[in-house]
Design a protein around this ligand. Structure first.
Ligand code: NAD
Length: 298
């Protein structure tokens, strides 16, 4: 019989990921503070648990967490009725949330003392890829725990890569978020510059997209800026959270990251302007306001 998997955190991402495990034939025991999300998964055949401790007790080898940020993962792991209250030696925690690598390493060490391995396995790709089971999953942790988890991760992702030891998955995710945030702001800055100079940004886009300036960010975000289409997507407030984790880590390792510092400031300005739930392509709005222009068609 296939392993019974614990799954904690049934939000935008966790819900479709848990459903894909059920579709693949796994028994799944779910837990979330949002009862509506729990009921939705029960209707798909999942069992439920009232607390993380009970989830660990009911689960077989694996417990997956998909939570917003470090404090939530800490709370679910070590809080009152947290995982550690119900966990057994030999179980494996797979944290798929995007959290601070520092917090991730701390939790890994704490669980190791109980004979439990923890993999950090954050993902890239939004709700659509979560639904399709085509996420990019970047993993840090023990290689034999990774080999055991791989068949389960492959039900949720198109690529599953062990990058290094504990925390390496979270570091990789942060690198992804740095490159994406800097790239989108470069697209917005270039397009604003074209507009202010009296040159049609759409024509500039067509002219440069196949050259060295081309990127997936340019392809996805420039048309959004021309349409004023900023529905998420990936929300500004989540990107601020990730860049904040970049800054915390950069201080801990003495690595200067001036561009990430600039991008988080732009995103905080957007959040202050009530745009925090918009797609991160809304960096286009930041440059529009800064320069008194509109990138929209017409
Ligand atoms: P979300 O806010 O939609 O979902 C989080 C879920 O965790 C919610 O259902 C919430 O009720 C639950 N939760 C919070 N605290 C809890 C607790 N103490 N016990 C039990 N449940 C608790 O977030 P999301 O968009 O699903 O993102 C999850 C993670 O994935 C985040 O770290 C995010 O950065 C990352 N991520 C998101 C996307 C995206 O497009 N949304 C893409 C890639 C990665």
């Amino acid at each position: 019989m296939m392993d019974k998997i614990g799954f904690i955190g049934l939000g935008i991402m966790g819900r479709p990921m848990a459903k894909n495990l059920i579709k693949a034939g796994y028994q799944v025991v779910v837990c979330d503070v949002n009862q509506a999300a729990v009921e939705e998964l029960r209707a798909c055949g999942a069992e439920s648990a009232a607390t993380p401790a009970e989830t660990a007790e009911k689960a077989g080898t694996f417990i997956i967490t998909m939570l917003p940020n470090s404090p939530h993962v800490r709370d679910v792991t070590t809080g009152e009725n947290g995982l550690v209250k119900g966990i057994r030696a030999g179980q494996i925690v797979v944290d798929m949330s995007s959290i601070s690598p520092i917090a991730s390493r701390e939790l890994n060490a704490l669980l190791k003392e109980k004979g439990v391995e923890m993999l950090d396995a954050p993902v890239s790709g939004g709700q659509e890829k979560a639904e399709q089971g085509t996420l990019a999953i970047m993993v840090g942790g023990d290689s034999s725990a990774f080999e055991q988890a791989r068949p389960i991760l492959e039900k949720m992702g198109a690529t599953v890569t062990l990058v290094g030891e504990s925390g390496a998955g979270q570091i990789t995710k942060l690198v992804n978020q740095m490159i994406v945030g800097i790239n989108i702001s470069a697209v917005a800055e270039g397009m604003a510059f074209a507009k202010k100079a009296g040159v049609d940004p759409r024509k500039v886009f067509e002219a440069v997209r196949k050259g060295l300036a081309g990127s997936q960010c340019l392809e996805d975000k420039a048309p959004r800026m021309f349409d004023g289409r900023y529905d998420p997507g990936f929300r500004i407030n989540l990107h601020i959270k990730d860049l904040w984790n970049v800054l915390e880590t950069s201080r801990a390792i003495n690595c200067s990251v001036p561009l990430s510092g600039q991008v988080i400031e732009m995103m905080i300005a957007l959040a202050g302007d009530g745009q925090e739930c918009k797609d991160h392509g809304a960096l286009g709005l930041y440059y529009e306001k800064l320069n008194g222009i509109s990138l929209k068609r017409g």
